[in-house]
Design a protein around this ligand. Structure first.
Ligand code: FAD
Length: 526
């Protein structure tokens, strides 16, 4: 793609180091805000090999803000649940929360390079604001008081760019992190998984499939996911005494895959596409802001693949940062708003790490005690339904920003906690008389939205807030008023939703004064 490289400007408001899924999604979000920026990507194009495949509902919503949801859903394979087996017995059949009228499935399986392509195309569709420099590498980063000097190795030679802000989206081995002398903190697990993608036709439904100690590979744990274009993702744990270099050699991988496919009755011809090896890490920077440099995605944190929180949480980083950067660059908010990016997303990572660590300890027990506990649980799960919830693989979901400085204080009693300040704004299906049904989440993603329940909404355009009235006659399913914590369908209340689809505050009654005050007090408005 470097034949199409734009000329390197001498200065740019935002420079994004790394054009993986997080950098390219941030690029699309900034382009939608009209913020000029430059993405520097070391590779010549999108990623290759076995990487993320499970894209969460929240990520689909974020990609939807820039119009990248339609191709994703059309190409991807949606799923809602899965099955776990112990030896040759099914011990769990789980379903994730899903509604017949939902906008997006809880999860869609699709190769990571498609996500990158769709995000990049969405950025390009916004016009001139977004530019990607392929086959170019950030090699030096020098923070200054009013900007950041960045040196880039391009096919035309080394060049210097003066950036207003830098966002490091340059992955687990981040050059920007290294340049600033920062280190990830946390733990990594020894247990190793071989990751194999194979091409094989199948009629099986799209589900997450797990086998513990299967007859095909005694002692191992095997995960399987379908991907588009007749591709299986197969992950299996290797023994502690196995040499990882030997373990990924085709002569060692293929017999295990063959044996497993035969055991589950998948008899169509197959061939391998990619083979790699993986071990789980729970690592994070303690802060995602260093002056004018921000960290997002794998450059900021590495979380285990079990529970699929890597790419998915990276897209949430991008969603959180894009609107804040845009407001500060437009002079609409003080610089301090950007501090909340780090506060909120470091909190989210710590939660993701806690969930991810639990999943990892089950999928790849770190010692004999964990191994024994897992075996006991699986054995009990055969006959005891209560125990089955313990082996339910909890998948990625958006994290509530508990304690965020942006959360407005909540007054009064609310009937439901789901829309408390700091929580991701709940979805609802609405329908006006004679009109087509529409999803509330489709109205989020750009600018502040005030949901006005129970009567005429206040005028808030001077505050840059779009008011969305939700009278009872469009909330015929009762999803909105119930999920936002009202006691009856016509109860007057205002709910302020942030540009990233998070609840900032909610107030009983129709008076917008406390909402206006919250926008000032929390430091969102300059
Ligand atoms: C086997 C496997 C399965 C996974 N499955 C899932 C899943 O199902 N769901 C999920 O959410 N996550 C999953 N993940 C995690 C997911 O792949 C990562 O979290 C995701 O790739 C992070 O995206 P990123 O953009 O932050 O970093 P990356 O994807 O690593 O992208 C960083 C980019 O920066 C570029 N770069 C690096 N250095 C420089 C430099 N100095 N200058 C310019 N460019 C540079 C790189 O070329 C790369 O394109 C999986 C990971 C693995 C390994």
């Amino acid at each position: 793609m470097n034949a199409m490289n734009p000329e390197l400007p001498s200065s740019i408001p935002v420079l994004i180091a790394g054009g993986g899924p997080v950098g390219l999604t941030l690029s699309a979000l900034l382009a939608r805000e009209g913020i000029a920026h430059l993405v520097i990507e070391a590779d010549e194009g999108y990623c290759t090999g076995s990487r993320a495949i499970c894209i969460s509902r929240r990520s689909q919503e974020i990609l939807g803000w820039v119009g990248a949801d339609a191709p994703l859903v059309a190409k991807g394979l949606s799923w809602t649940g899965g099955r776990s087996h112990w030896r040759d017995t099914e011990v769990l059949h789980f379903e994730m929360p899903a509604e017949p009228s939902q906008r997006f499935a809880p999860m869609v399986n699709i190769q990571q390079f498609h996500v990158e392509a769709f995000a990049h195309q969405a950025a390009q569709a916004q016009g001139e604001a977004s530019r990607v420099l392929w086959a170019s590498r950030v090699v030096a980063v020098r923070p200054q008081t009013d900007g950041v000097q960045v040196e880039v190795d391009t096919p035309q030679g080394r060049q210097t760019v003066q950036a207003g802000f830098v966002v490091a989206c340059d992955g687990g081995r981040s050059t920007v992190r290294e340049q600033l002398g920062l280190q990830l903190e946390g733990t990594q697990y020894d247990g190793k998984y071989v990751i194999v993608d194979v091409v094989q036709k199948t009629q099986r439904p799209v589900e997450r499939l797990a086998w513990f100690d299967p007859p095909s590979n005694p002692g191992s744990t095997i995960l399987m996911h379908r991907q588009p274009d007749d591709v299986w993702r197969i992950d299996y744990q290797i023994r502690d005494d196995e040499d990882p270099v030997e373990a990924v050699k085709p002569e060692n991988v293929l017999p295990r895959v063959r044996s497993h496919l035969a055991m589950i009755g998948e008899n169509e011809p197959w061939e391998p596409l990619w083979i790699s090896i993986y071990n789980a890490k729970c690592l994070t920077l303690p802060s995602y802001r260093q002056g004018r440099v921000f960290f997002a995605g794998d450059a900021a944190h590495l979380v285990p693949i079990f529970g699929v929180r890597g790419l998915n949480s990276g897209l949430d980083d991008a969603a959180n940062l894009a609107w804040k950067l845009a407001r500060v660059l437009r002079g609409e908010s003080p610089d301090a708003l950007l501090d909340s990016y780090s506060t909120e997303r470091v909190h989210a990572t710590r939660e993701n790490i806690a969930y991810g660590a639990k999943s990892t300890e089950f999928m790849a027990p770190p010692n004999f005690a964990y191994q024994l506990m897992r075996e006991a649980t699986l054995r009990l799960a055969v006959s005891d339904e209560q125990v089955r919830s313990l082996i339910n693989p909890r998948q990625s979901s958006p994290i509530t920003y508990v304690g965020s400085p942006l959360n407005a204080a909540q007054a009064g009693e609310w009937a439901d906690d789901r829309a408390r300040p700091g929580a991701p704004a709940p979805e609802a299906l609405l329908q006006g008389q004679g009109a087509a049904p529409w999803h509330l989440s489709g109205r989020f993603g750009q600018g502040f939205v005030c949901l006005a329940f129970g009567g005429a909404g206040p005028g808030l355009s001077d505050a840059g807030v779009t008011v969305l009235e939700i009278p009872p006659d469009i909330d015929t399913l009762g999803q909105a008023w119930r999920r936002y914590g009202l006691r009856r369908p016509d109860e007057p209340a205002l709910v302020l939703v942030r540009p990233d689809g998070y609840v900032m505050g909610r107030w009983h009654g129709p008076d917008p004064a406390p909402l206006r005050a919250a926008l000032k007090d929390t430091g969102v408005f300059a």
